[in-house]
Design a protein around this ligand. Structure first.
Ligand code: ADP
Ligand code: MG
Length: 679
């Protein structure tokens, strides 16, 4: 590139490092300077261009200094108003000068006017722009004009023609009625005057359609390749023998829901194939994913393999350990427990058990995938609350089987439901199972929004609930800047509530407690010895104490939707009617108000996720960390569902019949941007 260094730095801030990046840096909007409207005919409420002669010019104080000019053409008159202006502009816009204005006309008290239009001096008869004016996303200090010029140069240079070659097979172009790549790019950078501005702005124009299709196709192609690559590895065949699984189900106090049966069958089928399963099990909080995980583990174990279950927090891992031991001990299954904070000797004993195969199922936190953990024969890795882990961590656990030339099957579980369009795109390389019903007999949770100046009311409710032998969570506010501060708040809250409720047993759990201390508190709560549990957000995921039926969340306005939904899911797990009180502090920001409204109105996790996605957009919703895929820049999953489906349908044909084009297509769109090997 011929740009100077500083321009290059600015470009790189926009993610532009190569000529191709410039070519694919498409406008965010357009201005139409190809037409002139007579002043009296110019439609209101849209950006228009008019031209006229300045007939009057004055600075008025109304109440602040304003520059007001009257402009006249043969059809009528218009007022141009600048609320901020330089002294030099008074001279520039002198009476008698001819100006071209681009802006929106409003009809005010003084007639038609434009406030702060784009304005430039012209000569009579000066020619109009022959294409729409593209407006590019840019960054501070990089002028629109410079960026536009750089892009124009790259597009005009014949040396760059190869960037614009077609990557789609002709048949596909015809079948989906797409425009050519080169034409589309050219059109979007320099739209001819007869193009509908609206179609450009709303990105419904065929040229946009093509670009969006390409982008979605590249994503689908790379995911599909990854899927195939994974299938090329061998995994242990873990046949469904109905030995341990049957025994387990027979001793269970309840029967599985239809949804649990359905997803278990899908998982069971995958485990019996010689390729590594990569399945995402989605189910709302409380839908009963743990049992499904246990069944999968048993299928591995009844085939002589080990299983591992990894959870994101120690509290949750510990709880899984307790629950799974109680379920599996009677079957003669040995469950091992590994955590980062274990004593050295204890840890070594566990590691030995895992390495010798003495332990059938290993449960733990991220400590499980550290290097020194060696499995005897890992057949299945289960990751609970997978959205809490980064891609690297998931990959590390998968590699644990590499010793034996096979890759373990992988089951990922998540209670953060991913809306369908998102899972079709960002998770296209995973198979998805969904638990779409809750176990029977759950009373619905009632959500209440209460401003924190009504604390007394809440205290009364707690008293009442505890006297009826119910158990209560009190969740302390999230303080993002400081864990210490959060801890301090939790301790103060604990002190206060202990003072207010001298006859109740009030417990406290937070992230800084040792494993033993956490376990002791959670066990006491589970056994009903603690009635009111003050907690930080460490209890957010997974914790299961069915007798708890009242939850108070302080400063709920600071929390995200999925976090609120998860927290609320800690109650409503038994047959009692549960209440979740969201306390908030006023004034509420606009976004906080929207979030609280959504969580108040909905309990269905999928619906909450869908609205969350709309509120935040996919980038924030997923977090790049967790998807490992670059975000879509042009396609909009809500709007472009039809294109997504088309891209998905086209993928296999393209890979099978035109592998070289497919490679070129991925290269163009994703290039170096796939940061991780997808796991
Ligand atoms: P999650 O999907 O949130 O991980 P859990 O696996 O913790 O849910 O299950 C929530 C609660 O529901 C647990 O107490 C569990 O034992 C219970 N449960 C799970 N499946 C059923 C079922 N089919 N019938 C009744 N209770 C169930
Ligand atoms: Mg769970």
């Amino acid at each position: 590139m011929t740009a100077s260094l500083s321009v290059q730095e600015k470009l790189s801030r926009l993610g532009i490092c190569t000529e191709l990046d410039l070519i694919l840096h498409l406008p965010i909007r357009y201005e139409d300077e190809t037409h002139l409207f007579p002043i009296s005919d110019a439609p209101a409420g849209q950006i228009v261009q008019v031209e006229g002669v300045i007939v009057h010019n004055e600075v008025v104080m109304r109440p602040k200094r304003q520059l007001v000019c009257q402009i006249e053409d043969s059809s009528g008159m218009l007022i141009m108003r600048f609320l901020n202006f330089y002294g030099s502009q008074i001279k520039t816009y002198a009476v008698g000068k001819r100006v071209r204005l681009l802006g929106e006309i409003r009809h005010g008290f003084f007639g038609a006017e434009m406030v702060h239009p784009k304005c430039r001096i012209v000569q009579a008869g000066e020619s109009l722009a022959d294409t729409m004016t593209p407006i590019y996303p840019t960054t501070a200090g990089l002028a629109q004009k410079i960026l536009a010029k750089l892009i124009r140069q790259v597009l005009q240079s014949t040396q760059n023609a190869h960037y614009l070659v077609e990557t789609l097979p002709q048949a596909m172009i015809q079948h989906y009625r797409l425009t050519g790549f080169r034409d589309s790019v050219m059109c979007l950078h320099n739209p001819p005057p007869d193009v509908s501005l609206e179609a450009l702005q709303t990105r419904s124009h065929p040229a946009w359609r093509r670009i969006k299709f390409d982008e979605l196709l590249a994503q689908q192609l790379s995911m599909r390749l990854h899927y195939r690559q994974r299938r090329s590895h061998a995994a242990p065949v873990l046949a469904c023998k109905h030995l341990l699984t049957e025994k387990f189900l027979r001793q269970l106090a309840f029967t599985l829901t239809d949804a649990q049966i359905k997803v278990s069958a899908e998982i069971s089928h995958d485990l019996a194939t010689p390729y590594p399963m990569q399945r995402l099990l989605q189910g709302d909080v409380g839908s009963g994913k743990t049992i499904v995980a246990a069944l999968a583990a048993l299928q591995a174990i009844e085939n002589g393999h080990q299983a591992a279950l990894m959870a994101p927090t120690e509290i949750l891992a510990e709880q899984h350990y307790q629950k799974l031991s109680s379920w599996l001990d009677p079957l003669g299954i040995r469950v091992a427990w590994l955590s980062g904070s274990q004593k050295k000797k204890q840890k070594q004993a566990t590691l030995d058990d895992i390495a010798s195969g003495n332990a059938h199922l290993a449960v733990g936190t991220h400590a499980l995938f550290q290097e020194h953990v060696v499995f005897h024969q890992l057949g299945l890795a289960i990751i609970d609350e997978q959205h809490r882990f980064g891609v690297h961590q998931r990959l590390a656990l998968r590699m644990k089987g590499a010793l034996s030339n096979t890759v373990p099957h992988q089951l990922m579980m998540s209670a953060t439901p991913i809306p369908r369009t998102l899972s079709m795109s960002y998770y296209a390389d995973l198979d998805v199972s969904i638990i779409d019903e809750l176990p029977p007999g759950r009373a619905p949770i009632v959500t209440k929004l209460i401003a924190d100046n009504r604390r007394d009311e809440i205290i009364e409710r707690i008293k009442h609930a505890c006297h009826q032998n119910k158990q209560v969570y009190w969740v302390c506010p999230l303080i993002e800047e400081s864990e210490t501060l959060q801890l301090q708040t939790a301790m103060e809250t604990h002190d206060n509530l202990s003072r207010i409720f001298p006859d109740l047993s009030v417990g406290l759990v937070h992230g800084r407690l040792s494993t033993q201390e956490k376990t002791a508190v959670m066990t006491a709560f589970k056994q009903g010895e603690i009635q009111l549990l003050v907690a930080t957000t460490v209890i957010e995921v997974g914790v299961d104490v069915p007798n708890a039926s009242l939850m108070v969340i302080e400063n709920a306005e600071r929390m995200g939707l999925s976090q609120l939904h998860q927290l609320r899911g800690r109650v409503g797990r038994g047959s009692q009617a549960s209440i979740c009180i969201l306390m908030f502090q006023q004034p509420l920001s606009d976004i906080a108000r929207k979030r609280l409204k959504i969580i108040f109105e909905h309990t269905d996790g999928f619906e909450i996720a869908r609205q969350d996605l709309q509120l935040r957009g996919p980038g924030e919703f997923l977090g790049a960390r967790q998807s490992g895929m670059p975000m879509l820049r042009f396609a909009d999953l809500e709007q472009d569902g039809e294109l997504l489906t088309a891209a998905q349908t086209a993928v296999d044909k393209m890979l099978n019949n035109h592998p070289d084009l497919a490679q070129r297509h991925i290269q163009r769109w994703l290039g170096q941007k796939i940061e991780y090997l997808r796991v």
